[in-house]
Structure formats: structure tokens, C-alpha cells
Design a protein around this ligand. Structure first.
Ligand SMILES: NC(=O)c1ccc[n+]([C@@H]2O[C@H](COP(=O)([O-])OP(=O)(O)OC[C@H]3O[C@@H](n4cnc5c(N)ncnc54)[C@H](OP(=O)(O)O)[C@@H]3O)[C@@H](O)[C@H]2O)c1
Length: 262
């Protein structure tokens, strides 16, 4: 299937590793020109080079901390300048912070909201004038915790991802007048670079071995395994493509059947 992404101009946030990197690579493989960003410069440059080598695509890399308002504006402006506009924005920056109520100060809560919600709000606002030009696409990477809770430690992730779900719905209404389609991809447990830290927390909290905590995460999915970043990216690339032309305001789970709601 031709995804209609040849020459599309795409910005993927938080894209030196994990799901964001797989989405940027997936878009590049479909012929998109991409901009990527992350905080650590060396990892980011290596990631950009890897995408160039694997796909031959034009890739621009910008170091930024998207928890900061000014960095969101700067990255969107620089990406649009380098690519000559923007057709696709993938808001992937986010973190799964596992912690209980007594472990989260006001500052921690604010940090989670800045990173998981406000980064997407600010990047979408900054990209909006560009996206309006050619009926663009916004794809937000949410998470199952925004709809269903597996662990008490999901508190901050659940609240922020639920807020992102709500943002997507309302932004889709805003975008409709301009032909901009806005959707969520909702990953279940995915094996990424950040996974070992999370598994360590779960093992600690449940008082089980690391291996048993891995099994615990695998069993969340009815397919009895963790997903891969590429499996999430495949759906994000589709939603970013011209083929998803009558899909907006929805959340697509990529969770191996983990969601138990109907
Ligand atoms: N993995 C899962 O099981 C899972 C499940 C549900 C939802 N999700 C969601 O999927 C998204 C990606 O998760 P992941 O597991 O792929 O994460 P990851 O492996 O930790 O990768 C995160 C990427 O984002 C960058 N990043 C992190 N914070 C940033 C910031 N403040 N500003 C700019 N870049 C930043 C990181 O690079 P630097 O560290 O250099 O900045 C890295 O490139 C998140 O929104 C997460 O909540 C993941």
C-alpha cells in the first residue's frame, strides 16, 4: 500500500531511542523527511545517522528538553525551517514514572505534567500554522495507563496520559475545520531502553525477582509477550499517512490485547 508519505515533512519528539526512534525510522522508510529531537546530543546524533544509513532519508536532529516551553517552540520552528514546513507531528515525549502517592511532591507532579502533557500541547500549538497549510496529521503517543490501571505506581502516568487522551479528542475537533487529523497510539508494555528501570521498580515493589517482574509485564498482554517499538511505529505511521483519511479523534491500542475495557 502506498502510504502517501513520500516527501512528507515530519517532526517526531523524543526520538533518539525507543518508540519515537522507531516512528521516525518508519516515516523515513516511507519517504518522509524527518526531524528528530532529544536531550542527549550524542545519542541523538547517532540515532539520526542510523536513520540516514538505513533509509537514505533527510534527517535533522535538534537537542532539546521538551519539558521546557521555550524548547518546544524552538524545536518546532527549527524543524519547520529545515524541512520547509510541517505535515506531520508525532508527540512521543513522555515518561512512565512509577511512584506512589507519598513519593510524589508537587514539583514531581508538575514535572510529569510538563513532560507528558504540556510538551504535546506546546508542540501542537507551535506546529498548528504549518499543519493547517496542507491538512496535516498529529499523532500522540499515550499509554494504557491513561485508560486502565495495572499498578498503584501508575498514578502520575495514568493522570497525565488520561489528560493527553482528552487533549487529543478536543484537538481533533479544532483540527477538523482545517483538515488536520489528530489521533492517539496507545502502547501496552513495550520493550524499550527505558524498560529495565521500570521492571526494577516493579520487582522491588512486588518483592519478586527481575525475571518474575518481566513475566508479570509479559502477562499483561493476552499474547503473553512484550511488544516492540516497531509494532507501535507501524500504527503511528499509518495514522500519520494519507491512508488514514477518515480517522480522527481515536485511540488505537497497540497492546497485544492488554486492554480489558470494551
Ligand atoms: N515503553 C513502554 O512500554 C510504553 C508503554 C506505554 C506508553 N509509552 C509511551 O511511549 C513514549 C515513548 O516511550 P519509550 O518507552 O519509547 O521511552 P524511552 O525508551 O525512554 O525513549 C524516550 C525518548 O525520548 C527522549 N526524551 C525523554 N524525555 C525528553 C524530553 N524531556 N525532551 C526531549 N526528549 C526527551 C529520550 O532521549 P533523551 O533521554 O536523550 O532525552 C528518548 O529518545 C512515552 O510517551 C511513553 O509514555 C511507552
Amino acid at each position: 500500500m502506498d502510504m502517501g508519505l513520500e516527501g512528507a515533512r515530519a517532526l517526531v519528539t523524543g526520538s533518539s531511542e525507543g518508540i519515537g526512534h522507531a516512528v521516525a525510522r518508519g516515516l523515513a522508510a516511507e519517504g518522509a523527511r524527518v526531524a528528530i529531537c532529544a536531550r542527549r546530543e550524542e545519542t541523538l546524533e547517532r540515532a539520526a545517522e542510523r536513520i540516514r544509513e538505513e533509509t537514505g532519508a533527510e534527517v535533522h536532529a535538534f537537542t532539546a528538553d521538551l519539558s521546557r516551553s521555550e524548547d518546544c517552540d524552538r524545536v518546532v520552528a527549527r524543524a519547520a525551517e529545515a524541512l520547509g514546513g510541517l505535515d506531520v507531528l508525532v508527540n512521543n515525549v513522555g515518561q512512565i514514572k512509577l511512584a506512589g502517592i507519598e513519593e510524589l511532591s508537587d514539583a514531581d507532579w508538575r514535572a510529569e505534567i510538563e513532560r507528558n502533557v504540556m510538551s504535546a500541547v506546546r508542540c501542537s500549538r507551535a506546529a498548528w500554522p504549518h499543519l493547517k497549510e496542507k491538512s496535516g496529521r498529529v499523532v500522540n503517543i499515550t499509554g494504557l495507563a491513561g485508560k486502565q490501571v495495572h499498578l498503584p505506581g501508575d498514578m502520575a502516568t495514568s493522570l497525565t496520559k488520561a489528560a493527553l487522551n482528552s487533549f487529543t479528542k478536543t484537538l481533533a475537533h479544532d483540527g477538523a475545520a482545517h483538515g488536520i487529523l489528530v489521533n492517539n497510539v496507545c502502547p501496552g508494555p513495550i520493550e524499550t531502553e527505558g524498560m529495565p528501570e521500570r521492571i526494577g521498580w516493579i520487582a522491588d515493589r512486588l518483592g519478586v525477582s527481575y525475571e518474575d517482574a518481566v513475566r508479570n509485564r509479559e502477562r499483561v498482554s493476552i499474547l503473553n509477550r512484550l511488544g516492540t517499538p516497531e509494532e507501535v511505529a507501524n500504527v503511528a505511521v499509518f495514522l500519520a499517512s494519507k491512508r488514514a483519511s477518515f480517522v480522527t479523534g481515536v485511540t488505537v491500542e497497540v497492546d497485544g490485547g492488554a486492554a480489558s475495557y470494551i
